[in-house]
Design a protein around this ligand. Structure first.
Ligand code: PLP
Length: 446
C-alpha cells in the first residue's frame, strides 16, 4: 500500500474536512530546503505560508540544524520543575533584552494555544490574589484568533472555529474590532485616528470592573484574513487598559520575530503588554514551544510562602524543552548576525509592489494589504460594494488547488489569499510565485 493510502487510512489531518482529501490527497513531503518543499516524486513547492506561519528562516537552515544536532547529544529533555539548563536560561536572557520593556518573567509551554491558556489563568489569578476577585472576565476583539483549546477558543471570535462549541466556552465581552478594508467610519488605516476604538472604549466603561484582561493580536488579525490595523488602535488599547486596570495580553504568536517588519508588532506602537504570548517563529518553525512572558509586578503577586497557596500551579510536561530552546537561541543569533530583518525590510516593498503591479487592477481583487513580508489579497465578488463571494463557492480553496498544481502553497483564509513567507525569501523567487498566483486567480475567476 502506498503512503497516500496509508495516510488516508490512519491520519486525521488538522483543520480539514477529510472528505476533501478524496479529491485532493495529502502531498507527501520528502525533504525541504529554504523556501521549498520537495515531495516524494521530486515535485517542488514554494512554501509561501511558512508552513502555517512558523518557518522563519527557511527549511533545514544549516545553522539551526547544527544547533539542534549538537544539543541532542548533550541533553534531550529534563523535568523543568527544580531543574534548569543553559539553553533555556540563555534564551530568556536574550529575549528579555529584545522584548518590549518590562517583560522579564518567562513561563514555558509547548504550543501557542497553551501559552494563551497560561496567560489567561495568570491574569485571573493575579487579580484574585491582589484583592480584586471580581475581575474574572476577558475582553477580546471580533474575529480574533487565539488558538483551539477551550480557553483560547473562547477568546477567539472566528465563528467558523468556535460556533459549534459555544455551549462549552467562556462568556467573553466581545468588542467590535478594527476592520480597515470595510471601515465603519470610512477612513483609511494609514491616516485614521482609530475612531473605531469607540466600541472598545464603551465596553471598558461598562464592564471593566469585572474584567481581568483584554487579549488581542497586535496589528495583524491573522486567521481573520490577515486583517491589518494601525498602531494607534493598539496605543489606545494600552491606555484604556491602564485607565481601567485591565491587563493587556498581546498574542504575538503569529506576529512575533519580524513578521511585521519589527521584531514584535507591539514595537510599532511603542507599547508593552502585561503578558506577551510567543510561539511559531520562536523556534524558527522547528519544534513546538511557546512562552507567556510577563512583568515583575504580576510575578510578585504569586511570590509568597508556600502555605499561602499563591503559586502558579500550571505545568506542561515538555516545558522548556532543551532541543526547542537550542533552536530558538540559534534563531536569535541568526536574526542578529545575518541582519535578517534589515534585509527582509529591503525586500518587502519590492514584493508588495510586484503584487500591486500584477493584481491591483483585477476586477475581483478588493484589497492588497501588507505589513512586513505579509501580503494579503482579499477577493470579492464586487469591487465597488466590497461584496464578498458566497462562501459556499469556496473560491479561495479552488484557487489553492490550482496553485498547488503549479508548485505554490497558497493556502487561503476563506477568500483571502496571503503570502507570509520566511524572512529569508529572495527577490529572485518572487516573480514566479506571483505569476502563479495571478494565473490561478484568472483560471478560477476569469
Ligand atoms: C497559531 C496561533 C495561535 C495558536 O497556536 P498553536 O500553536 O497552533 O496552538 C494562537 N494565536 C495566534 C495569533 C496564532 O496565529
Amino acid at each position: 500500500m502506498d503512503l497516500v493510502q496509508k495516510d488516508l487510512q490512519h491520519i486525521w489531518h488538522p483543520c480539514s474536512q477529510m472528505k476533501d482529501y478524496e479529491e485532493l490527497p495529502p502531498i507527501i513531503i520528502d525533504h525541504a530546503k529554504g523556501l521549498y518543499l520537495y515531495d516524494v516524486d521530486g515535485k517542488k513547492y514554494a512554501d509561501v505560508v511558512s508552513s502555517w506561519w512558523c518557518n522563519l528562516l527557511g527549511h533545514c537552515n544549516p545553522r539551526i540544524n547544527n544547533a539542534v544536532k549538537n544539543q541532542i547529544d548533550k541533553l534531550e529533555h529534563v523535568i523543568f520543575a527544580n531543574f534548569s539548563h543553559a539553553p533555556a536560561i540563555n534564551l530568556c536572557d536574550s529575549l528579555s533584552r529584545l522584548l518590549p520593556k518590562g517583560l522579564t518573567k518567562f513561563l514555558f509551554t509547548d504550543n501557542g494555544s497553551s501559552a494563551i491558556e497560561a496567560a489567561m489563568k495568570m491574569s485571573f489569578q493575579y487579580h484574585y490574589q491582589t484583592g480584586q476577585p471580581q475581575k474574572t472576565r476577558f475582553m477580546a476583539l471580533s474575529d480574533a484568533y487565539h488558538g483551539e483549546t477551550v480557553g483560547a477558543l473562547s477568546v477567539g471570535g472566528v465563528d467558523l472555529y468556535s460556533q459549534i462549541y459555544k455551549p462549552m466556552l467562556l462568556d467573553i465581552i466581545r468588542v467590535d474590532g478594527p476592520d480597515c478594508y470595510r471601515c465603519r467610519y470610512n477612513q483609511h488605516r494609514d491616516s485614521c485616528q482609530a475612531q473605531c476604538f469607540a466600541d472598545a472604549e464603551a465596553a471598558f466603561a461598562e464592564h471593566a470592573d469585572t474584567v481581568c484582561a483584554f487579549i488581542a493580536e497586535p496589528l495583524v488579525q491573522g486567521a481573520a484574513g490577515m486583517r491589518i490595523y494601525p498602531p494607534l488602535y493598539l496605543k489606545k488599547l494600552r491606555e484604556a487598559c491602564d485607565k481601567y486596570k485591565v491587563h493587556l495580553i498581546a498574542d504575538e504568536i503569529a506576529t512575533g520575530f519580524g513578521r511585521t517588519g519589527k521584531l514584535f508588532a507591539c514595537d510599532h506602537a511603542g507599547i508593552s503588554p502585561d503578558i506577551i504570548c510567543l510561539s511559531k517563529g520562536l523556534t524558527g518553525g522547528y519544534l513546538p514551544m511557546a512562552l507567556a512572558v510577563t512583568t515583575q509586578t504580576i510575578y510578585d503577586a504569586f511570590y509568597a510562602d508556600y502555605g499561602e497557596g499563591k503559586a502558579f500551579l500550571h505545568s506542561h510536561t515538555y516545558s522548556g524543552n532543551p532541543l526547542a530552546c537550542s533552536a530558538a537561541n540559534e534563531v536569535l543569533a541568526i536574526l542578529k548576525e545575518e541582519q535578517i530583518l534589515e534585509k527582509a525590510n529591503e525586500n518587502a516593498p519590492y514584493f508588495h509592489q510586484l503584487l500591486l503591479d500584477s493584481l491591483a487592477d483585477h476586477p475581483h481583487v478588493g484589497e492588497i494589504r501588507s505589513i512586513g513580508l505579509i501580503n494579503a489579497i482579499e477577493l470579492v465578488a464586487d469591487k465597488s460594494s466590497k461584496q464578498p463571494f458566497d462562501s459556499g463557492k469556496r473560491i479561495g480553496y479552488q484557487i489553492y488547488k490550482k496553485t498547488l498544481a503549479k508548485g505554490v502553497v497558497l493556502r487561503p483564509l476563506g477568500d483571502v489569499l496571503y503570502f507570509n513567507p520566511p524572512l529569508t525569501i529572495k527577490r529572485a523567487d518572487m516573480p514566479a510565485i506571483i505569476q502563479v498566483c495571478r494565473e490561478c486567480i484568472n483560471e478560477i475567476l476569469g
